[in-house]
Design a protein around this ligand. Structure first.
Ligand code: FMN
Length: 193
């Protein structure tokens, strides 16, 4: 069960939209605990083991990677999604994972789950063109994407160095965004719509 007490550190699940070994997005997620000051823990999950969505498998034993993804989302209090944009859009692996996690419709592990959307790119725009698409996708699942300015990190390859956030404005942006995520979680825990 998700933590409901404000005394208990929240459990965040970071989901990376990139499978790349040296992924910048995964590195962003791994750097976030330094900004949380013990208010929350953050586990990072990659999507290597999630097969293509196939409705036939829903009636049978779920693939192990899907079962683990759904369990991790269920056990998390809130999500941080960090993703690149591919061709101005959502990477297929991320879309696929959200499809798996979104079942059954409107009653899935994603329902009511606060989710912070972060995009990142070595390019100039920080993957910002995928932001609204990820938000819309989460809206379809009845998750609670945090309402705030975009958290898009351009030139990300220069901002995470040796696993640390090496750029002060980026650290401030991510810190403020995590504050907003935890505030959204507090609303959920207080039973607020
Ligand atoms: C198929 C493909 C499409 C891409 N399209 C975009 C794009 O539209 N905009 C962009 O900023 N970067 C694009 N990129 C570059 C990615 O942002 C870059 O590979 C990034 O580092 C991937 O994230 P990662 O470091 O977490 O793996 C694309 C890369 C690939 C492989």
């Amino acid at each position: 069960m998700p933590a409901s007490s404000t005394d208990t550190p929240a459990r965040l699940l970071g989901i990376s939209g990139s499978l790349r070994r040296a992924s910048n997005c995964t590195a962003v997620l791994r750097a976030l605990p330094a900004l949380l000051d013990g208010r929350a823990s953050l586990d990072v999950m990659t999507l290597h083991d999630v097969p293509p969505y196939n409705a036939d498998l829903e009636g049978e034993a779920l693939p192990e990677g899907v079962r683990r993804l759904r369990q991790a989302i269920t056990e998390a209090d809130a999500l941080v999604i960090c993703s690149p944009e591919y061709n101005y859009s959502i990477p297929g692996v991320l879309k696929n994972a959200i499809d798996w996690a979104s079942r059954p419709s409107f009653a899935s592990p994603l329902k009511g789950k606060p989710a912070l959307i972060v995009t990142a790119s070595p390019g100039l725009f920080g993957g910002v063109r995928a932001q609204a698409q990820i938000r819309d996708l989460l809206a379809a699942t009845l998750a609670r994407p945090v309402a705030r300015q975009h958290v898009a990190i351009p030139a990300v390859d220069k901002k995470i160095v040796d696993g640390r956030i090496a750029d002060e404005p980026t650290a401030l942006l991510l810190g403020a965004a995590l504050d907003d995520l935890l505030a959204e979680l507090a609303l959920v825990n207080a039973g607020r719509p």
